[in-house]
Design a protein around this ligand. Structure first.
Ligand SMILES: *[C@@H]1O[C@H](CO)[C@@H](O)[C@H](O)[C@H]1NC(C)=O
Ligand SMILES: *[C@@H]1O[C@H](CO)[C@@H](O)[C@H](O)[C@H]1NC(C)=O
Ligand SMILES: *[C@@H]1O[C@H](CO)[C@@H](O)[C@H](O)[C@H]1NC(C)=O
Ligand SMILES: *[C@@H]1O[C@H](CO)[C@@H](O)[C@H](O)[C@H]1NC(C)=O
Ligand SMILES: *[C@@H]1O[C@H](CO)[C@@H](O)[C@H](O)[C@H]1NC(C)=O
Ligand SMILES: *[C@@H]1O[C@H](CO)[C@@H](O)[C@H](O)[C@H]1NC(C)=O
Length: 245
């Protein structure tokens, strides 16, 4: 079923429980990046936080165990003292809002420190996530990538989209996920804590949600591994349950 549809060149929804597939309603799991050369390059939205997560987690809040507190438990925090590196991106999640601007960009907190730690990410490079929300389903969509340091002008590292997705998914489950051993339906769970809240995240890998046409992917000459696609095309779907809610 899946392979025959792909064979016909149609993008398929393998499983869309907990979110709406943007591609079915004119949207896309690729962001729009300003000022790329050539114009029109995009970055994969490679993590979805399903609306089957606890309602508390789906609220856009730092308080009461909300989304930004959860992402702190995953070790991603606000940018270094408001020092913003890189352009704002937009995405059309097919939810009738057209292009929405990213709600936040969060950076890996070295030493778990939200202030000094994200500054180190800004200087030395590492993984960051851009955050979007789909209004129809209430699911959240994240674009994760690993970038190089300032010296390389923050370009994306080799295989940096898949590595970013798997590093963040590993950080959400307290595991280490090797990008070269993923399969459809693979599921990984783990508990992380922050600010008095405990989150049990289950990550499931699905494929077929976006086009693998490499020429549409930002920085593709730097990112692509020899003999490989610019990304393996997997999306990590997270279901986050607050424990003892
Ligand atoms: C969103 O932005 C992209 C890139 O600028 C553009 O091609 C597209 O038409 C826009 N979509 C909508 C719904 O305005
Ligand atoms: C999740 O989103 C789907 C698709 O929009 C919707 O059918 C479903 O009712 C939503 N579930 C919850 C718990 O919000
Ligand atoms: C996040 O994931 C990376 C890659 O697996 C790992 O090196 C790092 O130690 C993790 N950080 C935390 C806080 O778990
Ligand atoms: C976390 O969720 C998974 C998947 O539902 C479940 O198997 C596991 O037991 C849960 N862990 C805890 C500590 O609740
Ligand atoms: C890939 O995208 C480029 C640029 O948008 C386009 O010219 C090309 O036809 C696409 N290739 C396929 C196989 O869809
Ligand atoms: C690259 O993507 C194409 C199209 O999805 C697929 O047929 C091919 O097997 C992929 N190549 C590798 C090396 O994974």
């Amino acid at each position: 079923m899946i392979s025959s549809l792909l064979w016909l060149g149609i993008l398929v929804v393998v499983k869309a429980v907990g979110y709406d597939n943007p591609a079915l309603t004119g949207g896309s799991l690729l962001t729009n990046v300003l000022h790329t050369i050539p114009l029109g390059e995009r970055e994969p939205i490679n993590i979805i936080i399903s609306n089957e997560s606890s309602p508390r987690v789906l609220k856009e809040s730092m308080n009461d165990g909300g989304m930004y507190n959860f992402l702190m438990s995953v070790n991603y925090g606000p940018e270094c003292l408001g020092l913003h590196m890189g352009d704002v991106q937009t995405a059309d999640l097919g939810d009738g809002q057209g292009n929405q601007t990213q709600k936040a960009i969060l950076r890996y907190m070295y030493f778990g420190d939200p202030y000094l730690g994200t500054c180190l990410e800004t200087i030395f490079g590492g993984t960051h996530i851009r955050v979007f929300k789909q209004e129809t389903s209430g699911a959240w969509f994240l674009s994760a990538s690993m970038e190089q340091d300032m010296y390389y002008n923050h370009n994306i590292a080799i295989n940096g989209y898949d590595i970013g997705r798997d590093e963040v998914s590993g950080n959400a489950t307290g595991t280490s996920i090797d990008s070269s051993y993923l399969s459809n339906g693979r599921s990984i769970s783990g508990v992380m804590r922050y600010g008095g809240w405990s989150y049990n995240t289950t990550v499931e890998y699905v494929s077929g949600l976006f086009s693998l046409n490499r020429t549409k992917i930002n920085h593709y000459p730097e990112v692509q591994l020899v003999g490989q696609n610019v990304t393996d095309g997997f999306t990590a779907v997270w279901t986050v349950k607050v424990l003892e809610d």
